[in-house]
Design a protein around this ligand. Structure first.
Ligand code: SF4
Ligand code: SF4
Length: 305
């Protein structure tokens, strides 16, 4: 069915413009809220829960107390080290309306496909001139499958290139429903060892691996490996991932995405503890060594997205 349901609603937490990664040309990236995985190294923790979520930026707070007066749950207090009592907060957003400095902000907004397309349209000329387009990211876009499908159909109706960043954690039916509208899939493989995968992401990888094979027979795929110290930064795991990529149809490129701590501060804004603690970054020579292993197995390998 090609008719686009423009009224379909979903929750996004950001629309990022002018990205040079995540697909060819210049991209605009709608970030979907909600993810079935909970990777310990996630650099977008604000993406994990499906509903809009309150964040508190301590450095922007002028301690005026206006938010405390309006909170119906008594969830705000300067005596709380995180300021917001997450057990009490019901995410009503009332405090954000009175905060003069936007120290309190709701991450996540319900939007229709029509509203998102109006935003994406602003870069239409750039898409055409650069050979770019739209990349769905998150969170996990496939956790909102109808919204993802209708948004992709609307992009294709405009003639734009479409891509998706996905964990692959979904159903066979969703894969078959959504991927015909996608030109390029950027699919993560975090670990082949099922125990390692489950311990570090919260889910078993069997469904993911089945889906990645399926996806590769529908659309072009680039495999991405988030290279994480103590998780998959060893020769055995990297070889296993590359062996699996050989089973997929038409995969010739693997991207290594080395662990970084850019998302650490966001955990504080959300009142959460950073699961990776003080894990150090990977040494350059180790990344290069793992890259060479992938190349020796017949793939192009890029460091970074
Ligand atoms: S979102 Fe609502 S419940 Fe939560 S702190 Fe703000 S006013 Fe209180
Ligand atoms: S209203 Fe904003 S600036 Fe004032 S105390 Fe609350 S968070 Fe801080």
């Amino acid at each position: 069915m090609n008719r686009v349901e423009y009224d379909t609603e979903g929750v996004l937490f950001n629309i990022q413009r002018y990205s040079l990664h995540d697909g060819p040309g210049i991209r605009t990236i709608p970030f979907f809220k909600g993810c079935p995985l909970a990777c310990k190294w996630c650099s977008n923790p604000e993406s994990q829960r499906p509903q809009p979520e309150l964040i508190y930026k301590k450095n922007d707070c002028i301690r005026c107390g206006k938010c405390i007066e309006v909170c119906p749950q008594n969830a705000l207090s300067p005596d709380n080290p995180y300021f917001v009592d997450r057990e009490r907060c019901v995410q009503c957003g009332e405090c954000t309306k009175v905060c003069p400095t936007q120290a309190l902000e709701m991450k996540g907004k319900r939007m229709t496909v029509n509203e998102v397309i109006r935003e994406l349209q602003k870069e239409e000329n750039l898409f055409r001139r650069s050979g770019g387009g739209v990349t769905l990211s998150g969170g996990e876009p496939l956790a909102q499958p109808e919204f993802a499908r209708e948004l992709l159909k609307a992009c294709k109706a405009k003639g734009w290139h479409t891509a998706i960043e996905t964990t692959g954690f979904t159903t066979k039916e969703v894969v078959e429903d959504v991927f015909p509208w996608i030109d390029l899939a950027l699919t993560d493989i975090k670990a082949i060892n099922p125990t390692v995968h489950e311990q570090n992401t919260g889910v078993n990888n069997s469904r993911i691996l089945e889906n990645l094979l399926r996806i590769s027979f529908i659309t072009k795929v680039i495999v991405r490996i988030p290279l994480v110290p103590g998780v998959n930064d060893n020769e055995e795991e990297i070889r296993s991932i590359a062996e699996f990529a050989k089973l997929m149809s038409g995969v010739d490129t693997i991207h290594l995405l080395p662990y970084h701590t850019f998302g650490e501060n966001k955990y504080t804004l959300l009142g959460r503890i950073y699961p990776m603690g003080d894990t150090p970054s990977l040494a350059e020579n180790k990344i290069e060594k793992l890259k060479k292993i992938i190349e020796s197995m017949g793939f192009h390998c890029h460091i970074g997205g």
